[in-house]
Design a protein around this ligand. Sequence first.
Ligand code: SF4
Ligand code: SF4
Ligand code: FES
Length: 281
Amino acid sequence: MSGVAAERGGRGRDDRGRAAVRTGGEETMVTLTIDGRVAKVREGATVLDAARAIGVRIPTLCQHEALEPWGGCRLCLVDVTKKEWNGWEKMVVSCMFPAEEGLAVSTATERVVATRKVVLDLLLARCPEAPLVQSLAREYGIERTSYQENPEPTDCVLCGLCTRVCDEIGVSAISTIDRGAGKEVAPPFHEAPPDCIGCLACAEICPTDCIPYETSDLGRTIWGKTFEMVRCPHCGRAHITREQAVFYAGRGGVPESYFLTCDACKRKQMAKTFTTLSLAR
Ligand code: SF4
Ligand code: SF4
Ligand code: FES
């Protein structure tokens, strides 16, 4: 996502903190530099948005454009300064810090690189076998962690994307529990979460693919809970769990039957309706 428009009187973020897009009126643009290159983005964009807009790569783990920024992994740290700050610089998380007029961003200063190395070294201690962590660490010259390796290696980098997407859907079936090395994402009491609707959003967003699940026409299992799959009444494809259909219907005020038809069949039906209408003209 390159830039975002400013809401009138706001910072260009919606009420959930995500980049907002103005639907009308003029856009306010801000100009900043990133590693000496000029970036011009709409007010409300983050420094990370601006960097991506001009092709400057900043490593991230806990950021996802569908979710409001959280700033938890600290991997996207950068140095920022302004002319009027008289040489003073501060380190900020680029996925949250707003792109401001006149801001000068440095993505790879000595202290930024050193801090990222510490973050990755610690992550490698927690997740020594996670390919994503290994490859990020390798980019910073780290082959093995200098800390004590987790005796119970996990691929979970604690990015919080899974719990946040589940919250965003409105289910909140899983959360981060425990502390230190034992910190993990799990359902309450490690039991099949009663609220889970089996949508798989948590597994699909996980950057290290560490949430196991099984899905087939016959059923779906995730977090120890098994779901019956519902077949599309038109094509017979098993595409949704009963719990998903009930949840979406309840939230959207739309009949459950609407969600039982798969997206492909909905598109076909819509095309048929349009064709019939245009022939009738
Ligand atoms: S599968 Fe369950 S836990 Fe995962 S996002 Fe969907 S509702 Fe939440
Ligand atoms: S399970 Fe995956 S998405 Fe959830 S916190 Fe761990 S790494 Fe992130
Ligand atoms: S991506 Fe910015 S703190 Fe994680």
